[in-house]
Design a protein. Structure first.
Length: 40
């Protein structure tokens, strides 16, 4: 289940789909969560 959740977050990040809920977290806006670090 955890790997499916991380796969979904990666999918959202790559496709620029907001994955936070400002009404729940208090964030100022909805944004994709995550960071991409390419290999050297």
């Amino acid at each position: 289940m955890e790997s499916m959740a991380f796969a979904w977050l990666a999918h959202c990040f790559v496709n620029k789909i907001p994955s936070n809920l400002p009404s729940v977290t208090g964030a100022s806006k909805a944004v994709p969560l995550g960071v991409f670090y390419p290999a050297n």
